[in-house]
Design a protein around this ligand. Structure first.
Ligand code: ZN
Length: 301
């Protein structure tokens, strides 16, 4: 049995998977925000419960909103800041009495989609997680590419390439929280999409409301989505020009916008070196569950 834990900023989810992928147990609890010791104990109680309910012991993989630094061996880059600078994998291995594998949550989602989701059967899978923020994961032959600095797949805080005048103005007006400006995340996250509609219309709407308005012929909503598709094509093309994956998966809330799968591939050749682009772009198959499933799959058979 494989146990996966998705350690999020607001909830901790556990899943226990049979070797054939069947879900044996699943539970969500609120994250003890700000409390590291309590977070460790909450994870232990979930693992204990999964094992009691199923009568089996399992391997444990954990997805976190950050990464373990290969140098300090402590968590870094977590927006759940109480995890930062803690030796989380060591502490969990100790408290659970077994080796625990930890990976970045975007990498876990990509592992899930590469294992039995939208990227199954492909050697090199790139998943873009387009939600409140934006991140990405790279899986090569079933394994997440963490990288020598532990930042493999960190994409959102590179600058948007081939900026037009409007994009340069946006970058100058609103610096990113990371301290730089013009970051990809500011343009292609779900938050970036909504901010762009507000800039054009003066109104605050959710992503699905903007999509519905565009379908009704609303000019600002249509402009927003067209600009979004162009920006996503630019940011993704620069990625493809380096990695050239076998399949691309969109995950996160924005992945539910169906027109992206028609319009973005058409725009890609404008920015791809050599203009040839035939890589499939697919919607994540496991949706919200990809993170916790991928954490379980950190332990192969
Ligand atoms: Zn940034």
């Amino acid at each position: 049995m494989r146990i996966g834990i998705d350690l999020g900023g607001t909830k901790i989810e556990v899943i226990a998977l049979h070797h054939n992928g069947e879900i044996l147990f699943r539970k969500r609890i609120p994250t003890p925000r700000g409390a590291y010791e309590a977070t460790l104990l909450a994870i232990k109680s979930l693992v204990d419960e999964a094992e009691q309910e199923t009568g089996q012991t399992g391997t444990v993989g954990v997805g976190i909103p950050g990464t373990i630094s290969p140098f300090s061996l402590r968590v870094k880059n977590a927006n759940s800041v109480w995890l930062n600078d803690q030796p989380l994998d060591k502490d969990l291995s100790q408290i659970l009495n077994r080796e625990v594998r930890i990976a970045n949550d975007a990498n876990c989602m990509t592992v899930s989609e590469a294992t039995d989701g939208a990227g199954a059967g492909s050697a090199v899978v790139l998943a873009l997680i387009l939600g409140t923020g934006c991140g990405s994961g790279i899986v090569i032959n079933g394994k997440p590419h963490n990288g020598g600095n532990g930042i493999g797949g960190e994409w959102g805080h590179n600058p948007l390439p081939w900026m037009d005048e409007e994009e340069q103005q946006i970058a100058q007006m609103s610096p990113c929280y990371c301290g730089r400006s013009g970051c990809i995340e500011q343009f292609v996250s779900g938050t970036g999409l909504c901010d762009d509609y507000t800039r054009r219309s003066g109104k605050h709407l959710k992503g699905h409301e903007i999509v519905a308005l565009a379908e009704q012929g609303d000019e600002f909503a249509e402009q927003t989505l067209q600009a979004y598709e162009r920006r996503l094509a630019k940011a993704l093309s620069a990625y493809v020009n380096v990695l050239d994956p076998d399949v691309i998966v969109f995950a996160g809330g924005v992945c539910n916008i169906d027109r992206l799968y028609y319009n973005v591939p058409k725009l890609m050749p404008n920015y791809i070196f050599g203009k040839e682009f035939h890589t499939p772009i697919r919607k994540a198959l496991h949706g919200d569950s990809s993170g916790v499933r991928g954490a379980a799959w950190l332990w192969p058979l």
